[in-house]
Design a protein around this ligand. Structure first.
Ligand SMILES: *[C@@H]1O[C@H](CO)[C@@H](O)[C@H](O)[C@H]1NC(C)=O
Length: 327
């Protein structure tokens, strides 16, 4: 019975191992960063993202959306997209004016930095949830929950006051609700489908080894670089045979410009113990064929020197001598 249960487990919960789970983004959100230097100078930056992949920019001068991919419009028509652009344009304009006019009323001191994030995401079970959060001066200020503006504790009395005022604008609440609960989910499903060729592609990593700055006398820092892979989930470990080395440190996942990722795994070891270690890279694009790089087999500069440059120099010297003799 127990055996049957174990055999069934992978069927019931496919992708229990995170590397095998559905890959590719599951959310869309827009980010707003508004900076007010003084009562007359303001700048708005806007962008649109599928998880951590940017697909829209915002040109604040004419007030237009910049599609960064041919499929950035998802399944929205040109008219529908123009309409959204108009909504953002009016919003940014109104927002800037409102902040500038009310800065003193809310006792906000320049420079003022406002950040906002709003969007929607696929949740387990197939439902789509929406979210909206705002920050002032780098601290949480408010969020939207259902139809209500919820002041964040860090926002203090100012956030409470602000939420009270905004809740009186039924028109604004209705528009935001429509954007978050209707437009965003419809757009998300469309754009995930329109971009699936690129979003669900598999790109194999390249890996190489190097040594980092020595952590101390008699010690080596082994560095395993893994770059150019997509999607993001990856597993990089330092091994001795089949034994994972517990001291492995991982860098953050850093983006390359082409929507692929870079990761570094380092291991601090005594110089005498480096031989026999290997770096093992597991990624969905490799189809179970992990990349394994062994420490201690790199072609050293010294080897290149003795094997190629030295013989060439000797040959040149011989030729020179031969010519000199002939003349
Ligand atoms: C407002 O800030 C901008 C940007 O920092 C600056 O160039 C400008 O001179 C400032 N204006 C005033 C009236 O202080």
């Amino acid at each position: 019975m127990l055996l049957l249960l174990f055999q069934l487990l992978p069927v019931l919960f496919p992708g229990g191992d995170s590397e095998d789970a559905f890959q590719g983004p599951t959310s869309y959100h827009v980010i707003q960063i508004s900076s007010f230097a003084n009562s007359t100078w303001a700048r708005n930056q806007g962008s649109g993202w599928l998880d951590d992949l940017q697909i829209h920019g915002w040109d604040s001068d004419p007030g237009t959306i910049i599609p960064l991919k041919p499929w950035s419009k998802g399944n929205f028509s040109d008219e529908e997209f123009d309409e959204l652009e108009e909504v953002y344009r009016v919003y940014y304009f109104g927002f800037t004016e409102e902040i500038q006019q009310r800065a003193s009323e809310f006792q906000m001191e320049y420079p003022i930095e406002i950040q906002g994030i709003a969007g929607c995401e696929l949740r387990s079970g197939g439902s789509i949830g929406s979210f909206l959060r705002g920050a002032l001066g780098g601290l949480d200020f408010l969020s939207a929950e259902n139809d209500t503006c919820v002041p964040a504790p860090q926002g203090g009395r100012r956030a409470q006051q602000f939420c009270k005022i905004i809740m009186q604008y039924q028109g604004v609440i209705d528009s935001v609700k429509k954007l978050l609960l209707e437009t965003c989910p419809r757009y998300l499903l469309g754009v995930l489908d329109a971009g699936k060729g690129e979003l669900q592609r598999q790109v194999k990593p390249e890996a190489w080894l190097s040594s980092g700055p020595s952590p101390g006398p008699g010690r080596l820092l082994l560095v395993c670089h893994v770059s150019g892979f997509y999607p993001k989930p990856v597993r990089v470990r330092w091994m001795r045979g089949e034994q994972e080395q517990p001291g492995t440190q991982h860098s953050d996942l850093l983006p390359n410009a082409d929507w692929t990722w870079y990761l570094r795994a380092t291991l601090d070891v005594a110089a005498g113990e480096a031989a026999g270690l290997s770096c093992r890279v597991k990624h969905s694009s490799l189809g179970g064929q992990d990349i394994i790089l062994h420490w201690g087999h790199p072609i050293s500069i010294g080897l290149i020197f003795w094997a190629i440059i030295m013989p060439s120099l000797i040959l040149l010297l011989c030729l020179a001598l031969w010519y000199k003799r002939r003349w």
